[in-house]
Design a protein around this ligand. Structure first.
Ligand code: HSE
Length: 309
């Protein structure tokens, strides 16, 4: 029996102004998926560890198996695939948990099948997992989880995904307060139309952020990390958001915002020392509100998925 175990990383989607079009990968946390090829055709989720029993083992309702099914349907093959999912990151956290699982699964299966597709061509199948999980096939978690680094989704139709350079010493600080927000719910509360003046401000910021990343212009990165459309609505779901953000900026972060659909909050800083101080400041805020939290500090993960064994 052939088998493979793959780690895929957590991701910060949106990166403030880039709703559904910008994301980056971090080194931790992430998920591990063990895939075994068997002689009995069909996709089976054999075990899920670390999910407190919350995730479905039904292969039609789990992001890993849905992504794998889309992939093998495309290849027009019918292998037996047993899946063992090790959730090593919190669910409903805004860290791309469903994306990490789907990416680890299809990346692993592609490797087991001797790479019939290029890694970048796996993206549409990973997106099927997101479509099942939250109703829309957004790519700003799966693309960076799969490709590593900072990723821009220039277009969804046709799919056009571009990796963006970023400064080597750019650190992310992520605070995950122990509350849960379902992406589906966080999407459903958003306004369906926006003012032209807000759109102008937002696309100026997106262009500024991308330029700042490529030119390693920290000041430009910082002043472009502004979201006038999504954050004002979603921040209401996160107790203490305004204080935590103010504390992060006061402690020296370049910018701060909601990670994906929340409740995690991320900051970017230009050194590890600043990223640590920022984490302390953000954490103290949540503590003062009696909300427990986890903290992650990471460089941008340029690699994406990693074969463990
Ligand atoms: N772009 C998505 C959203 C990311 O904000 O809904 C979900 O993690």
């Amino acid at each position: 029996m052939k088998s493979i175990k793959v780690f895929a990383p957590a991701t910060v989607a949106n990166v403030t102004c880039g709703y559904d079009i910008l994301g980056f990968a971090v080194h931790e946390p992430g998920d591990e998926v063990l895939i075994k090829l068997t002689d009995s055709p069909g996709i089976k989720i054999k075990e899920i560890y670390g999910d407190r029993g919350l995730l479905p083992k039904d292969a039609e309702r789990n992001t890993v198996s849905v992504a794998i099914k889309a992939f093998i349907d495309h290849l027009d093959i019918q292998p037996g695939v047993d899946i063992y999912l090790h959730k090593k990151m919190p669910l409903g956290s805004g860290l791309g948990s469903s994306a990490a699982s789907a990416v680890a699964g299809i990346f692993g299966l592609n490797a087991l099948l001797d790479n019939p597709l290029k890694v970048s061509d796996l993206l549409p199948f990973a997106m099927q997992g997101e479509a099942m999980a939250c109703g829309e096939a957004h790519a700003d978690n799966v693309a960076p989880a799969l490709l590593g680094g900072f990723v821009l989704i220039r277009s969804y139709n046709p799919l056009d995904v571009v990796k963006i350079d970023s400064p080597k010493d750019l650190y992310a600080t992520i605070i995950h307060p122990h509350i849960e927000i379902a992406t589906k719910d966080a999407r459903s509360i958003l306004k369906k139309s926006i003012l032209l003046k807000d759109a102008v401000q937002q696309w100026g910021n997106v262009a500024g952020l991308v330029t700042g990343l490529i030119k390693e212009d920290y000041a430009l990165i910082g002043r472009s990390m502004e979201d006038v459309i999504i954050e004002p609505v979603r921040s209401m779901l996160i107790p203490g958001f305004d204080q935590v953000k103010a504390a992060a900026l006061e402690a020296g972060a370049l910018g701060c915002g909601i990670s994906g659909s929340g409740p995690s909050i991320f900051s970017l800083s230009r050194s590890r020392d600043i990223a640590i101080q920022v984490g302390e400041a953000m954490n103290e805020c949540f503590q003062s509100l009696n909300i427990s939290s986890d903290r992650f500090i990471s460089l941008v993960n340029q690699q994406g998925p990693l074969i463990i064994s």
